[in-house]
Design a protein around this ligand. Structure first.
Ligand code: C2E
Ligand code: CA
Ligand code: CA
Ligand code: CA
Length: 279
């Protein structure tokens, strides 16, 4: 038994070692990515109930030389822990505003919205509002075209500071969306207290709304409640015609998902409406 324990310990130890090494490697790699321009902002189009393009969500990608494209779930959490999310988040904001400026010069794209994901640490950094002001000023974009997607983790930090910050963002004219709605525990009270203008229904509800009556019921109720509170409701992760049809039936305002478009690079992204023929 003693041998077993020793082996277990040794095994555990080497697992830990690997974990520590891979974290250090990712951290060093992220520094390099920022310096050498290996980050990329992808765009996933969003549509209204008639399939007309309304805008896009910006989603970060990391092109790691020799290792291909690393998805955000594999580095954003570590970036948040280490604080690297601050320069990364500033890069995302800058890239998004640059893109909105380009969009503003073309009649086909000038009315589109762009939303970006903002992490808790980024939102609560003291200079956050200044960074927004600087970006708006540098690119001379209309603030109403930009939205920030926040998750509950942003609010969890400090409700009153979150509220102050959100009011300041709203005063700038920038939109605020509550992302991943329904996955946390207190979303309802946040909606009551905080100045969100958009509610984003989490993909997990959408993906089983056809098979599971309770998910469909939750979505239907969420849309009704969102509208009663004056919010725009968007569904993410829409993958099938059936899901889209039911969401439209429930009165959902906007839609995003693989049915319509996958996230693609700025170069590949095209401002095109969705027609059923494409599906
Ligand atoms: P999220 O904000 O909930 O983004 C939606 C995720 O769902 C994206 O994954 C998107 O590619 C994926 N998705 C979209 N439509 C569909 C669909 O129809 N089916 C399926 N199965 N998936 C779909 P992605 O790009 O890997 O991003 C994962 C998460 O990483 C995001 O979740 C967000 O929390 C975070 N993230 C991405 N970009 C940024 C960023 O610039 N800053 C921060 N702080 N977080 C980011
Ligand atoms: Ca999002
Ligand atoms: Ca989401
Ligand atoms: Ca999510």
């Amino acid at each position: 038994a003693r041998d077993d324990a020793r082996n277990t310990w040794r095994f555990f130890n080497s697992e830990m070692q690997t974990l520590v090494e891979s974290r250090a490697r990712i951290e060093a790699g992220l520094h390099e990515a920022l310096e050498q321009d290996h980050l990329n902002l992808f765009f996933q189009s969003q549509f209204d109930a008639r399939g007309r393009l309304t805008g896009a969500e910006g989603l970060i990608r990391w092109n790691r030389p020799g290792e291909g494209r690393i998805p955000p779930d594999q580095f954003i959490p570590l970036a948040e822990e280490t604080g690297l999310i601050l320069p990364i988040g500033s890069w995302v904001l800058d890239t998004a505003c640059q893109c909105l400026k380009t969009w503003s010069t073309n009649p086909r794209t000038q009315g589109l919205h762009l939303s970006i994901n903002v992490s808790a640490r980024q939102f609560h950094q003291p200079r956050f509002i200044d960074l927004l002001l600087e970006a708006l000023d540098q690119y001379q974009i209309s603030p109403g075209r930009l939205s920030l997607e926040l998750t509950e983790s942003v609010v969890l930090n400090d409700l009153s500071q979150t509220e102050q910050r959100m009011l300041a963002v709203r005063d700038l004219g920038i939109g605020l969306a509550l992302d991943d709605f329904g996955t946390g525990f207190s979303s309802l009270s946040y909606l009551k207290h905080l100045p969100f203008d958009t509610l984003k229904i989490d993909r997990s509800f959408v993906s089983d709304m056809i098979a599971t009556a309770s998910s469909a019921a939750i979505i239907r109720a969420t849309i009704a409640m969102g509208h009663a509170l004056g919010l725009t409701v968007i569904a993410e992760g829409v993958e099938t015609q059936e899901e889209w049809a039911l969401l439209k039936d429930f009165g959902c305002d906007a839609f995003q998902g693989f049915l319509f478009a996958r996230p693609v690079s700025n170069e590949e992204w095209k401002p095109t409406d969705f027609s059923v023929k494409q599906a």
